[in-house]
Design a protein. Structure first.
Ligand code: NAD
Ligand code: ZN
Ligand code: ZN
Length: 346
């Protein structure tokens, strides 16, 4: 067996990723080794590589939190998975399992959580070490390339829609119809909502319509807020902001119906002003939503296994990651790029 692997690393914030040959890691007690088949490229990887957020990863590190692969080795004491299982190594890499949040099935906000491709090396590499208690279990019938976007973009939007508390028949608005948003639209339709998609790119909106959006609005148009209010008869009951743009957050609050919920999911650096009078007088709930729990993950994958949700993926080799980052930054990715470790292109 070969002992070396290819990996792409962030060696300094804002620098192109560097390709290195590294030793394949050995799983310690309680760890597993996964041989990567595919890994999605999330806008979060871009934030990580730029050091956009207050809590920063420490270079050098391997990004990627949509890695799917087969378990090829088990550390001592591992019983939860077996060799050959197809698993995903998600953003929620591990949690403590016994704090108040873990005990209430909110492991996503555990204070001791580790994050894949951020505080732990991720999927932009041929092998990934993982915690068997937190990996996603990929249902049979889903290819690794198809499953990859679901373990971050899928679970995050599915959970975000749930926490808007919208009911079937209600309007939900998805702001940002990219990697996260194109899946959000499909989950929202499958959950029985009427869907309004908002983006600044007409091609994304054409795609949104093809995916079932009932109403699409270009946020660059001057009267986008008015268009949403008119088209939804007063604003959306649930709003999910996935766009990595502070303007989208500001607009999203104004697009929320009275007594509705605006769920914040996108993570552009910075802050945005909240129009207090409108939020108070209209009894609007603003809440954050961070990926999803392991139960949310199982549910999100089941939608896809049932054929109700399908990621639109563009396959690229690991060696193309810097071009992919550049395109993602400039809104030039149609939906989700997935790095394909099985194809010839590598
Ligand atoms: P993406 O680049 O694939 O998609 C972003 C979309 O937003 C694009 O279609 C773009 O055209 C659109 N957009 C840009 N500005 C806009 C505006 N002003 N109004 C409406 N649409 C606009 O990115 P992605 O992978 O979908 O990630 C989106 C964001 O979600 C990132 O900030 C990422 O870090 C964050 N994220 C958060 C979580 C979480 O758990 N909360 C999980 C994953 C990703
Ligand atoms: Zn992500
Ligand atoms: Zn915990």
């Amino acid at each position: 067996m070969t002992t070396q692997m290819h990996a792409a690393l962030v060696t300094g914030f804002g620098k192109p990723l560097e390709f290195r040959q590294m030793a394949i890691p050995t799983p310690g007690p309680g760890q597993i080794l996964v041989k990567t088949e595919a890994c999605g490229v999330c806008h979060t990887d871009l934030h990580a590589a730029r050091g956009d957020w207050p809590v920063k990863p420490v270079p050098p590190f391997i990004p990627g939190h949509e890695g799917i692969g087969r378990v090829v080795a088990l550390g001592a004491g591992v019983t939860r998975v077996k060799e050959g299982d197809r698993v995903g190594v998600p953003w929620l890499y591990s949690a403590c399992g016994h704090c108040e949040h873990c005990l209430s099935a909110w492991e996503t906000v555990c204070g001791e959580a580790e994050f894949g491709g951020y505080t732990k090396n991720g999927g932009f590499a041929e092998y990934i070490l993982a915690d068997p208690n937190y990996v996603a279990h990929v249902p049979p019938g889903l290819s690794p390339q198809q499953a990859a976007p679901l373990i971050c973009a899928g679970v995050t939007t599915y959970k975000g829609l749930k926490v808007t508390d919208a009911k079937p028949g209600d309007w939900v608005l998805v702001s940002g119809a990219g990697g996260l948003g194109h899946l959000a639209i499909q989950y929202a339709k499958a959950m029985g909502f009427q869907v309004c998609a908002v983006d600044i790119d007409d091609e994304k909106l054409t795609h949104a319509t093809a995916l079932g959006a009932d109403l699409v609005v270009n946020a660059k148009s001057e009267d986008a807020i008015e268009a949403v209010r008119n088209g939804t008869d007063g604003g959306a009951h649930g709003v999910l902001i996935t766009a990595p743009s502070l303007t989208a957050f500001h607009q999203g609050i104004a697009m929320t119906r009275k007594r509705g919920t605006c769920a914040l999911v996108g993570l552009p650096a910075g802050e945005f002003p909240v129009p207090l009078f409108d939020v108070v007088a209209n009894c609007i709930t603003i809440r954050g939503s961070f990926v999803g729990t392991r139960q949310d993950m199982a549910e999100a994958l089941a939608f896809a296994a049932d054929g109700k949700v399908k990621a639109n993926v563009e396959l690229q080799p690991l060696s193309a990651i810097n071009e992919v980052f550049d395109r993602l930054e400039h809104g030039k990715v149609a939906a989700r790029v997935v790095l394909d470790f099985e194809g010839d292109a590598r």
